[in-house]
Design a protein around this ligand. Structure first.
Ligand code: M6R
Length: 609
């Protein structure tokens, strides 16, 4: 949540910061702001609303011009979205941008008020700015000493970009919990919440650790520890390309990312298949190690948790190992029964989701082994896990996750195949066959994408609904959860997912002709059961949209509209069946005119609990 950037170099800082913020806007878009050194004076421009509002404001009122500065795009935590609560925030000679939450800000604020400090905003961030300035004055103008003292007082999470009025050619940065990288250019250097913000300028970067302080100038970026000792940092090279973080001719990032799914699957699974069999050794997973796990827990949030649901069905069916799926925010406060001999799988696109990260830490503390399935390279979850499988979806910019989910489930399949083989539940021939079916899914998805008009037609039937239901059984229920979240997240139409057999236990009373039902029926053994449930809602007036397979067709008039999927093995159906659900959500949102890529109240990376 919140994106921060910083720049010092030879270019127009305002332009570099605004470009960076445009890439980070998915992290929060309640307000935006920049602070730039203009002839040794800090000039601030900030505005409630989107980055475009800030750009407009600068057009009207003039934009700062200089070669060093910091910028911020906000997802509000303390204080409503407003001009005054927008970052950057100042205190005396210090100006800062902040991503995270300062938990003890009240105590610190009271302390500073007693010292005669006056506050303008309601934010926890302004408290940090004032505290920095307080120590700066106390330390006779030594910025690094002021930062070290401040950092020792702070509780909570933060990534901070800091400028001091007395140091117009420097940008300072520090972090704890919230992510921050230091970008290394030629005669210019950067800070950013993630690498997408700097890709157009450089691919070289350092990962800043908690307790490290970065000092950037045009000439270089030095990193110090809390004892003022220089830290030797490992230079990383981003393997994402700038074009991957652009719309590339698509109307929205979400549509582009839906279309990237076949390629994302190939990139993710191909390096993990050897002689037709899954091989996860490079991720720290061997058949011998797999045999040591009694029980598996999958812990994640939102869409990533739904990927875990698919994983549960597949692992239990193939490998006969019991799998619990948990929402990370529940898991971490529930005193979960997890310990030695258990494997906890954490799934996260960003690798920074606060609850998932804490669930990982708790699992390790309880003695379990952890495996993380993560998309963002070098993220906190990726760094702290015991075993790691990177998904190779490339940058996912749309808040609604699509290609990241796809590769998460692809990895769950590979993992399930390898586990089932290791446990002797399937033989090598079957494992090879399943792996090759998985390898064929990109073509099938491409086939669906070539016929997406049907999803558009279905969407046009949904836009007048106030509420709708997604139903399914087994793997189709797991899919319904994802379909429903996608739709409500971006179209703002209320929707729920239900196990089709559970409807009669209460929910069916909601059914009227104004509540469409999207039924997913891809599993042959459950097809007739789901059709019976469809008939029950149809008899009560619901309009039914059926997502099903070509070779299993219900009688005429059971469904009002149908999306027919290419033939596929039942177990692998989620890989293809999720695509029409993503497209239906996408087109419904487009037809409703919502902000598809940046739905209201949301942010892509949820780094607060
Ligand atoms: O970065 P993560 O995968 O940990 O994020 C988890 C959820 O916040 C995320 O999947 C969210 O539910 C998506 N916006 C759904 O489209």
């Amino acid at each position: 949540m919140c994106g921060i950037v910083g720049y010092v170099g030879k270019q127009d800082a305002t332009e570099v910061l605004m470009n960076g913020l445009a890439r980070l806007e998915y992290r929060g878009y309640d307000s935006a702001g920049i602070a730039v050194f203009e002839n040794e004076t800090i000039k601030v421009a900030k505005s409630k609303g989107r980055l475009a509002d800030l750009a407009e404001k600068m057009k009207q009122e003039g934009k700062p011009s200089g070669h060093a500065g910091i910028g911020h795009t906000r997802w509000a935590t303390h204080g409503e979205p407003s001009d005054v609560n927008s970052h950057p925030h100042g205190g005396g000679t210090v100006t800062i941008v902040h991503n995270g939450i300062i938990e003890n800000y009240k105590v610190l604020k009271d302390f500073l008020i007693k010292k005669g400090r006056v506050f303008e905003s309601e934010t926890d961030t302004e408290v940090v700015a004032q505290l920095l300035d307080y120590y700066y004055v106390e330390n006779h103008g030594n910025p690094v000493e002021a930062i070290v003292k401040t950092l020792k007082d702070l509780e909570g999470s933060y990534a901070l970009g800091v400028i001091f009025a007395d140091f117009p050619d420097r940008v300072f940065a520090l972090r704890k919990e919230s992510p921050l990288i230091v970008g290394i250019g030629e005669g210019e250097n950067f800070i950013a919440s993630d690498v997408t913000a700097i890709l157009q300028y450089t691919k070289k970067y350092y990962l800043l650790e908690a307790g490290e302080i970065a000092v950037l100038s045009k000439q270089g970026a030095a990193v110090y520890d809390l004892h003022y000792q220089k830290v030797q940092k490992e230079l990383k090279i981003a393997d994402w390309d700038v074009s991957e973080a652009e719309k590339g001719g698509y109307a929205h990032y979400m549509l582009k990312e839906i279309h990237e799914q076949p390629e994302s699957i190939r990139k993710t699974i191909t390096p993990r298949i050897e002689n037709g069999l899954p091989n996860l050794e490079e991720c720290g997973i061997t058949p011998e190690k797999l045999l040591t796990f009694r029980k598996i827990h999958v812990v994640a949030c939102g869409t990533a948790m739904h990927a875990g649901m698919v994983g549960k069905y597949v692992i239990e069916k193939l490998a006969k190992v019991s799998v619990n799926v948990d929402i990370a925010s529940e898991f971490r406060y529930r005193e979960p029964l997890v310990g030695e001999g258990d494997l906890v799988i954490i799934i996260s696109q960003s690798g920074e989701t606060a609850d998932s990260l804490e669930a990982l830490r708790l699992s390790k503390k309880l003695g379990a082994k952890t495996l993380a399935i993560v998309n963002a390279k070098g993220s906190s979850i990726a760094r702290e896990t015991d075993m790691l499988i990177y998904t190779h979806a490339g940058p996912e910019i749309a808040v609604a996750s699509t290609k990241a989910y796809m590769v998460q489930i692809a990895v769950m399949y590979l993992f399930a195949f390898e586990l089932a083989l290791a446990k002797g539940q399937i033989d090598e021939t079957e494992c090879r066959r399943l792996t090759s079916v998985l390898q064929e899914t990109p073509e099938k998805i491409a086939e669906i994408l070539a016929n997406k008009e049907k999803a558009q037609m279905i969407a046009s039937e949904l836009i007048t609904a106030d509420s709708l239901l997604y139903i399914g059984r087994g793997l189709d229920y797991a899919l319904s959860m994802e379909g429903s979240l996608k739709l409500k997240e971006i179209s703002y139409i209320h929707s729920e997912s239900y196990a089709a057999g559970e409807l009669k236990h209460g929910t069916i009373s909601l059914i009227t002709e104004n509540m469409p039902v999207i039924a997913v029926a891809t599993q042959r053994n459950l097809f007739e059961k789901t059709i019976s449930n469809i008939k029950e809602v149809k008899a009560r007036g619901a309009k039914v949209i059926l997502v099903s397979r070509a070779d299993y067709q219900p009688e005429k008039d059971v469904a009002d509209m149908q999306f027919i999927l290419p033939d596929e093995e039942d177990l692998l159906m989620p890989m293809t069946a999720v695509v029409p659900l993503q497209l239906i959500a996408y087109y419904t949102a487009v037809l409703k005119g919502t902000d598809v890529d940046k739905p209201r109240n949301l942010a892509k990376s949820v780094t607060v609990e």
